[in-house]
Design a binder for this molecule. Structure first.
Ligand code: THU
Length: 160
């Protein structure tokens, strides 16, 4: 028997101590959450992507009466970002969500499908993508998508 332990280091910042560029990215995600289309779940998620060139592109969840036809905020933002900048060189992604008219007390971790889509973006970027998860009680900083998705199914997997 062998054991393989996977560790992830998450930094938790007080919201006031975020560095200015991170604060700006988080604020963009918070603002994007306010424009989401979520009449079914009433859970309004915003995501802000910082491209390597500094550009910030935002997105939010877009729901549909046929539930699976909707899309999460993270993928809306990332897919739009990569459609505008086909190099898809993403430096960081921030996520914030509102329920019942206020931002969540705990950070909202990206769903599995968004992690998988983020992993592809990380592979394409060729470097780690930092993930910032905002909440009223603090912001989680996760150093890479790989650390959120430790056992990865990716292109290389199919070549082995
Ligand atoms: N949602 C996101 O936008 N991002 C996530 O990572 C988790 C869930 C959205 C999808 C749906 O519109 C609503 O939140 C409730 O699941």
């Amino acid at each position: 028997m062998k054991e393989y332990e996977i560790n992830t280091k998450i930094r938790i910042y007080d919201n006031q101590e975020l560095a200015a560029p991170d604060h700006a990215l988080v604020e963009a995600a918070k603002e994007a959450a306010l424009n989401s289309y979520a009449p079914y779940s009433k859970f309004h998620v915003g995501a802000a992507v910082r491209m390597a060139d500094g550009r910030i592109i935002t997105g939010n969840n877009q729901e549909n009466a046929a539930f699976p036809s909707g899309l999460c905020a993270e993928r809306t933002a990332m897919f739009y970002a990569c459609s505008q900048a086909p190099s898809c060189d993403i430096a960081a992604i921030a996520v914030a969500a509102q329920a019942h008219g206020h931002y969540t007390e705990s950070p909202v971790p990206p769903c599995g499908a968004c992690r998988q889509a983020m992993l592809e973006a990380e592979e394409r970027s060729g470097h780690s993508i930092r993930i910032l998860l905002y909440s009223e009680s603090g912001t989680f900083e996760i150093p890479s998508v790989k650390s959120l998705l430790p056992l990865q199914f990716k292109d290389e997997t199919m070549k082995e």
